[in-house]
Design a protein. Structure first.
Ligand code: PA5
Length: 463
């Protein structure tokens, strides 16, 4: 049940001059060797790499907690953002029924409905309160730092609402996932007595899906979290091989790196399965925040990182594929395919007198989506656009564990090739600090002055 990477169509012998040649790969051997060696020597500093192996006790704790609570609640709500929300969404959407919340409880395996509030849009939160009964809900506040304004503002709103309705029992409706020592949330959790799960301090937000950040929400949706970790462990074995021709994550990074240096600065991920749509959302954040860096490790301005773009097959064949085939040579397109869908549906044999419809009769939608994926792959090839295909034999906990881990290793390896720090996000700070300054938060007076001295907008440029 192993996922595969087929990169034939990235190679020049298939796709032509905008592809990557064996000589291109050979020419960056020193960088590859350095990156391979760094992945080994730095493994100790990449705590996320050990997550498939060191969480047996945590998994048991989570499962016991879920079994204790699940019948008491109708809705499980994640309050988080970025790395604290995208992973939970990606796993739930890939494993569960697409209309999960609309199903009767017994068809959800007895598990509660699942919601994620990952924005501060006031309409969304009010509408959520109109949809769920907060007194029959469990709110999972996920924030590694414990200081993210978006998540903490939601927490404050919900805490007040629950306390008004439930008094002291409000605390039983909040579970926190945060750093065990640092930040406001752990302090608040201890003082107010919330059940708490921990994000290991050495695991960064976007690499934390396989910690309680992702495992707790997944378990509340009936996902087999032990199997998720097993899939990740299987992928770790593959991704620990030094030879890039045997290591799918390394090869994925090498091809992206060479393509990027040739001006291909967009990385499209296009799953051909609705269930995988949110995997590309999760991946976009992982790739963008990790690799989008102004400086390399020596402090040189490099402006690194290809821009991740999310697309969905076949839907976006009727939206973006025109650009992918006939537009600029600036994209490397990753098609994500599924060999065996969980359901099969046959198109009835109707309209056999109309050749443009009759050919559909008797084939399955499974065949149609897979054939359309191969047809798009062919169209991209014909137009000289480099593309590769990742295939999941099936979508299940094991293969999802594999793909999450694969993309994490690919991202970290890309960081090594680019010689940048893939684990920080200084570019996010500027916007955060400007928000604090605009609200007059103490300690941000200088930033406020800087902001106030920016050029005033002119009416002549506003229509
Ligand atoms: O990858 C990251 O570090 C970020 O995307 C964070 O996950 C995001 O900013 C949320 O941070 P926190 O979990 O501290 O609230």
């Amino acid at each position: 049940m192993k996922i595969t990477l087929d990169y034939n169509n990235v190679m020049t012998e298939f796709v032509g001059k905008h592809g990557v040649s064996p000589a291109d790969i050979a020419s960056i051997k020193p960088q590859i060797d350095r990156a391979v060696s760094a992945m080994k020597t730095k493994r100790d500093t990449m705590a996320w790499r050990e997550l498939p192996y060191n969480q047996e006790e945590i998994v048991n704790d989570i499962i016991s907690y879920v079994n204790l609570i699940k019948d008491e609640i109708d809705a499980f709500v994640v309050l988080g953002i970025g790395g604290s929300a995208l992973g939970p969404m990606a796993v739930q959407q890939s494993i569960n029924h697409p209309y999960y919340n609309e199903l009767p409880r017994e068809k959800r395996g007895g598990y509660p409905k699942f919601y994620v509030a990952d924005n501060v849009d006031p309409e969304r939160l009010i509408y959520l309160f109109q949809t769920i009964d907060p007194t029959r809900s469990l709110f999972n506040v996920i924030s590694k730092s414990g200081s993210t304004s978006e998540t903490m503002s939601q927490f404050m709103i919900i805490k007040e609402l629950l306390e008004k309705k439930l008094g002291a029992a409000a605390k039983d409706h909040i579970v926190c996932t945060t750093d065990s020592e640092k930040g406001n949330l752990i302090k608040i959790s201890k003082e107010e007595g919330y059940k708490t799960f921990f994000v290991p301090s050495a695991v960064g937000g976007r690499f934390s899906e396989l910690t309680p950040v992702g495992l707790l929400p997944a378990a509340f949706c009936g996902v087999d979290i032990a199997e998720l970790l097993k899939g990740a462990a299987a992928m770790d074995a593959l991704c620990s091989v030094d030879d890039i021709e045997k290591n799918p994550a390394y090869m994925y990074s090498v091809l992206h790196y060479i393509a990027f240096n040739k001006g291909i600065n967009i990385s499209v991920m296009m799953p051909y399965a609705d269930s995988l749509k949110y995997i590309s959302d999760w991946y976009a954040q992982l790739w963008a925040e990790s690799l989008g860096k102004k400086f390399d490790r020596e402090g040189k301005e490099v402006y690194a990182g290809s821009t991740p773009v999310k697309a969905l097959g076949v839907t976006d064949q009727h939206s973006q594929v025109q650009l992918y085939t006939e537009g600029p040579f600036d994209k490397l397109i990753v098609l994500l395919g599924v060999e065996k869908f969980r359901e099969t549906i046959t198109i009835p044999k109707l309209y056999s007198d109309l050749p443009s419809l009759g050919f559909l009769g008797g084939i399955t939608q499974n065949q149609l989506i897979q054939t359309e994926m191969l047809a798009t792959e062919y169209a991209l090839l014909r137009s000289g656009k480099p593309n590769m295909m990742i295939t999941l034999p099936e979508v299940n906990e094991n293969t999802i564990g594999q793909i999450l881990y694969f993309l994490e290793v690919a991202t970290a390896f890309s960081g090594e090739l680019l010689n940048i720090n893939a684990f920080d996000q200084p570019g996010v700070e500027e916007g955060k600090n400007a928000t604090y300054a605009m609200f007059g938060r103490p300690g941000y007076e200088e930033k406020k002055e800087e902001l106030d001295s920016r050029p005033k907008k002119q009416n002549k440029y506003i229509i």
